[in-house]
Design a protein around this ligand. Structure first.
Ligand SMILES: NC(=O)c1ccc[n+]([C@@H]2O[C@H](COP(=O)([O-])OP(=O)(O)OC[C@H]3O[C@@H](n4cnc5c(N)ncnc54)[C@H](OP(=O)(O)O)[C@@H]3O)[C@@H](O)[C@H]2O)c1
Length: 257
């Protein structure tokens, strides 16, 4: 199966790296020249990767095509391409519904949307896919996990709920800087701050929301340190604020759709 990418931005680099380094992907991968420095770097790193000069050449020589240009460029890029009925298209741009895509990729019938995240480069993370497609799920599961949903609203919600990456890193960085300010050596401070989150995240995987709530309550020794922090967080409505921001992202994605 030849996999072609239209758009060689950050997420294409992450997917290609994840598949080649962690997914044992041996089949050919075709990239567009744009962005030139990135496509060149990937072709130098991975023998499976070949760079072609035009989007149509990629489409003509690929079995599956990953659309990985920015949302505002997607329909104009598609308008210049001709597809075969046998193609499979995996669309990454946020806010472009399956129905809209299907009218721009005639005569293709196999179309799905996916939301791979940058951690896929490390073989980590879970890629939402809509609608379910066993072959596409298997592809993304080679570099992390895949989660297929049957409802496009759920797919959009999974995307919205993951808009917390910048907030997460900023929070870990803040904890690390606070430790540094207490005199902990820089490397130890960053390692320790990240380790706390890493351990908690590892314990959370596969737990239900109810189980997670119980895990939180178990940490709340009356008059204890965790109780003190959670009380302050609740008073400042930190969790509600994050949830409201995710609601805002969901509304933005839905109005784009
Ligand atoms: N980044 C993420 O975490 C993430 C996650 C899920 C989904 N997505 C979606 O994936 C898409 C790409 O995101 P990104 O972060 O990789 O964006 P990006 O880094 O800005 O990459 C966009 C790429 O599109 C290329 N491009 C623009 N016009 C083109 C054309 N006519 N033909 C071929 N290539 C063209 C750009 O090339 P030049 O540099 O030469 O202009 C660039 O390589 C977006 O729609 C985004 O919504 C991103």
């Amino acid at each position: 199966m030849i996999l072609g990418f239209i758009g060689t931005g950050g997420i294409t680099e992450a997917i290609v790296t994840g598949l080649c380094v962690h997914g044992n992907h041996q089949d050919k991968i075709l990239l567009s020249e744009r962005s030139r420095f990135r496509s060149k770097r990937l072709a130098e790193k991975f023998t499976q990767v070949q760079v072609l000069g035009s989007n149509q050449a990629i489409v003509d020589r690929s079995d599956w095509i990953v659309l990985a240009v920015l949302p505002q460029h997607t329909l104009a890029v598609l308008a210049e391409l001709s597809f075969r009925a046998q193609h499979k298209i995996i669309s990454l741009p946020a806010g472009i519904r399956l129905e809209t895509l299907s009218t721009h990729v005639h005569p293709v019938k196999q179309i799905c949307r996916a939301i791979p995240m940058p951690p896929i480069a490390h073989g980590l993370g879970c890629t939402p896919i809509y609608p379910p497609d066993a072959e596409v799920e298997a592809l993304f599961a080679r570099a992390g996990k895949a989660m297929a949903v049957t409802d496009e609203r759920q797919f959009t919600a999974l995307g919205a709920s993951s808009a917390v990456m910048a907030t997460f890193f900023a929070w870990v960085a803040s904890n690390a800087r606070w430790l540094e300010a207490q005199g902990v050596p820089t490397d130890d401070a960053a390692f320790y701050a990240a380790s706390v989150f890493h351990t908690l995240a590892a314990m959370s995987v596969n737990a239900s929301a109810e189980a997670l709530q119980r895990m939180s309550e178990k940490c709340l020794t009356p008059g204890g340190l965790n109780e003190q922090v959670l009380r302050g967080v609740k008073q400042a409505r930190v969790i509600e604020t994050i949830q409201a921001q995710i609601d805002g992202v969901m509304s933005r994605l839905q109005s784009a759709e």
